[in-house]
Design a protein around this ligand. Structure first.
Ligand code: ADE
Length: 229
């Protein structure tokens, strides 16, 4: 998979793409991630990529020119499955959407700052708009990093234990069961006995029941959308 990220301040997420699971996936050539600085495509000698909104109001708007120049150049080089704009008014990001995007070959992300991008960019270039939650970040790069992380960890070979992405929260429409590691007793707090039993069927059943109980208590909306179990 190849991921291009077009944004105003790529330096803000450089450590994210060079470290951890995403960094390792890049080293293993499982994913190629290329950052593009919108300032490099500014059409003026000051490097300005934003301007005041027509009609007035607070905040600055990212101009059409640098975004069209950058994205049109990238589109001339390859075909993108999706060109995604990160914005609080986009479709909510879910594990299901991460699973869908993880099957693609070329993804292009546009992350804004300030008041957002000129609507004509969205009308003409963007194929999908995603929100990572009902709150406003000052950095669209951060939202892009969240989405990219959720996708990359699903790519074959990105995680060491192939099963672990399958067992994540949300993959079965449920939150995860609690996890424990050594020691078996810490300050008088014991690990549930079933986990020490070696009985894989009993462990599987216990985890399912815990996941179901946790989901019922914390996120009953998830059960409602999946049908009551
Ligand atoms: N940019 C700023 N806030 C955002 C959000 N909640 N989701 C996606 N992009 C954003």
């Amino acid at each position: 998979m190849r991921i291009d990220l077009v944004c105003p301040i790529p330096q803000s997420i450089e450590s994210f793409i060079t470290t951890g699971i995403v960094g390792r996936a890049r080293q293993r050539s499982i994913v190629e991630i290329v950052l593009h600085n919108l300032h490099d495509y500014a059409d003026n000698r000051y490097g300005h990529i934003d301007d005041e909104p027509y009609g007035g109001g607070a905040g600055m708007v990212i101009r059409c020119e640098p975004v069209f120049a950058c994205i049109e150049q990238l589109k001339a080089e390859r075909t993108y499955d999706e060109i995604i704009y990160l914005t609080p008014d986009g479709e909510p990001f879910t594990q299901a959407l991460a699973n869908t995007l993880a099957l693609k070959t070329n993804l292009l992300f546009l992350a804004g700052r300030y008041k957002g991008v000129d609507q004509r960019v969205r009308d003409v270039l963007i194929t999908r708009e995603i929100s990572i939650g009902d709150y406003v970040l000052s950095s669209g790069e951060l939202a892009a990093a969240v989405v990219i992380d959720a996708i990359v960890r699903l790519l074959p070979g990105a995680l060491n234990d192939a099963q672990s992405a399958q067992e994540d929260s949300f993959q079965e429409g449920l939150l995860s069961a609690p996890v424990y590691t050594r020691p078996a007793v810490f300050r008088g707090l014991a690990v549930p006995e079933v986990l020490l039993s070696g009985n894989h069927e009993a462990i599987r059943r216990w985890r399912y029941e815990q996941a179901l109980a946790r989901t019922r208590q914390r996120r009953p909306d998830l059960l409602a959308t999946n049908g009551e179990r």
